[in-house]
Design a protein around this ligand. Structure first.
Ligand code: HMG
Ligand code: MG
Length: 321
């Protein structure tokens, strides 16, 4: 449910429910060079849960050589004080990652491939076909355990190595992930090149390929400032799950040119204005955004992070300090 409006104004007409899938602790941090203390990561996770986020991608069980920043994943999951109503998925690239996930008591994982072989090779050392063959038994085992499983299709709109990606190719990889048994497919605009028309096109193709709208999510990086416009296109096509990172952090070391994710605070502001229910409190997201950017030694440079929210009754910004 949307938080009550403290101004006493009538709530915006309900436009339905949207899931906000938080990727700040994983995607947001994975590309950061400076080491962040595990206590700061745990505090960030706690603040995100406190903000009402109910799906928080916590970390990755990947090679510490590939992603040094998340080398503390086992200890992090061990020490994480899990809120009972929050799902904390972790990234799993292979059997070794799955074994670590099994040892850490998680109940949600995300496997990740892409629409282009060049990117998948650079990212996880496999072609797309090889990655799907690797994920088959992992997804089956996770489903046997009753876990929730997401499958990512990165470079769904463009590849940093080979350029334009046909939307039919992205939809096909998404369909094959669904055939493996994942609960949901998230199409990633890894390097932030998509524009709304392409999002509408991919949504249509994915649905035509048998990916139901309630199993489809979008993961936009805001490299070129089109992320919120792309969310609008997703909403217009009936998609109701969007990934975002509090503080607008993020990027992938194997995707040259990838910049931050769509900021959770910018997404929350948009959804509030449109009347969607999502259960996330903007001011608490801003608090978490300030915390993590301070921990990274960076300014909070997202739009709503700088301007704050806005109270139409007073005409004043909210949530700023
Ligand atoms: P590799 O070098 O091809 O594989 O890496 P390997 O099997 O030869 O293993 C190399 C070393 O890693 C060995 O150690 C293994 O034991 C170890 P060594 O003998 O050299 O000491 N190893 C592992 N260690 C811990 N956990 C594991 C694991 N597996 C092997 N799971 C591998 C292949 C997949 C491991 C590597 O390429 C990798 O970890 N890649 C992950 C890259 C990554 O995390 N990228 C970012 C996430 S994807 C993303 O950001 C996009 C997304 O946000 C959506 C979007 O934006 O589009 C999701
Ligand atoms: Mg990403």
């Amino acid at each position: 449910m949307a938080a009550a409006d403290p101004s006493g104004d009538p709530p915006a007409p309900a436009a339905g429910h949207v899931r906000i899938y938080e990727v700040g602790p994983r995607d947001g941090l994975q590309n950061e060079a400076g080491s962040i203390a595990i206590e700061q990561k745990l505090e960030f996770l706690a603040r995100l849960a406190n903000a009402g986020l109910r799906e928080i991608e916590a970390t990755s069980f990947v090679s510490p050589k590939a992603i040094p920043q998340l080398a503390d994943a086992d200890e992090l999951m061990d020490r994480l004080d899990r809120a009972p109503d929050v799902r904390y998925p972790v990234l799993v690239p292979n059997e070794r990652g799955m074994a670590r996930a099994e040892a850490s008591g998680v109940d949600a994982i995300a496997v990740f491939t892409a629409a282009s072989d060049a990117f998948t090779k650079a990212n996880i050392g496999m072609t797309v076909d090889e990655s799907l063959a690797t994920f088959g038994p992992i997804v089956a085992r996770a489903k046997d355990k009753g876990w929730w499983v997401r499958g990512y299709v990165s470079t769904a709109f463009g590849c940093p190595y080979t350029g334009r990606v046909e939307p039919s190719r992205a939809a096909d990889v998404g369909r094959r992930l669904l055939d493996l048994g994942v609960n949901e497919v998230s199409f990633g605009d890894t390097i932030g090149v998509a524009v709304p028309r392409q999002v509408s096109e991919l949504t249509g193709l994915a649905v035509a390929d048998g990916i139901a709208l309630d199993r489809l999510a979008y993961h936009f990086h805001d490299t070129r400032g089109t992320a919120l416009a792309n969310v609008m296109a997703g909403l217009g096509g009936g998609v109701r799950c969007f990934d975002a990172a509090t503080g607008g952090t993020g990027g992938c070391p194997y995707a040259p040119g990838a910049a931050g994710n769509l900021a959770t605070e910018d997404l929350v502001y948009l959804l509030d204005g449109l009347g969607y229910e999502h259960g996330v409190r903007l001011e608490a997201v801003l608090d978490a955004a300030r915390f993590i950017t301070a921990a990274l030694g960076k300014p909070l440079s997202t739009k709503v992070g700088q301007a704050g929210g806005w109270d139409p009754k007073t005409g004043q910004p909210t949530g700023r300090i």
